[in-house]
Design a binder for this molecule. Structure first.
Ligand SMILES: Nc1nc2c(c(=O)[nH]1)N=C([C@H](O)[C@H](O)COP(=O)(O)OP(=O)(O)OP(=O)(O)O)CN2
Ligand SMILES: [Zn+2]
Length: 143
């Protein structure tokens, strides 16, 4: 008799890049306070980034398919949840979520998490990492 196959938990990641412009500005602060806090990032013209989003899922490896998720399917979910709403957008003007939420990289990560939760099969999302520049990045795990 054969042993039952081990049920293993794996974390699997896929990354994409998207380009977007934004301006750091809080509606809860005066213009002067905004300028003092955000400096050049509060300039009216805004500025752009090539963001990188790394999405990590955690789940069981299906013993039949050998997969936690088909990475081709994950790519489609990321297109819907990340590329469609954010790529080549002005975050503050084009994305309703950021109308009253400051478009920091922290809040971009929360947006991406919440958007993915609407598109992915339940219970799989583990971690979202957003690189805003080569030197600035955040990790959000839904806490
Ligand atoms: N907590 C946060 N602080 C800042 C954010 C942010 O999203 N969260 N964003 C900015 C700016 O928008 C900008 O994206 C980054 O600014 P900065 O790090 O000063 O960028 P530089 O390219 O000039 O920095 P280097 O480290 O020299 O690459 C600011 N703060
Ligand atoms: Zn910025």
């Amino acid at each position: 008799m054969q042993d039952a196959p081990a049920i293993r938990t794996i974390r699997i990641s896929k990354s994409i890049t998207f380009s977007a412009s934004h301006r750091l500005h809080s509606k809860s602060l005066s213009d002067e306070e905004n300028k003092k806090l955000y400096g050049k990032c509060n300039n009216l013209n805004g500025h752009g980034h090539n963001y990188k989003a790394v999405v990590t899922l955690q789940g069981m490896v299906d013993p039949i398919t050998g997969m936690v998720i088909n990475l081709t399917d994950l790519k489609q979910y990321m297109e819907k949840a990340i590329m469609e709403p954010l790529d080549h957008k002005n975050l503050d003007k084009d994305v309703p979520y950021f109308a009253d939420v400051v478009s920091t990289v922290e809040n971009v990560a929360v947006f991406v998490w919440e958007s993915l939760q609407k598109h992915l099969p339940p219970g799989l999302l583990y971690k979202v990492k957003i690189d805003e520049t080569d030197s600035n990045s955040v990790v959000y795990m839904g806490e």
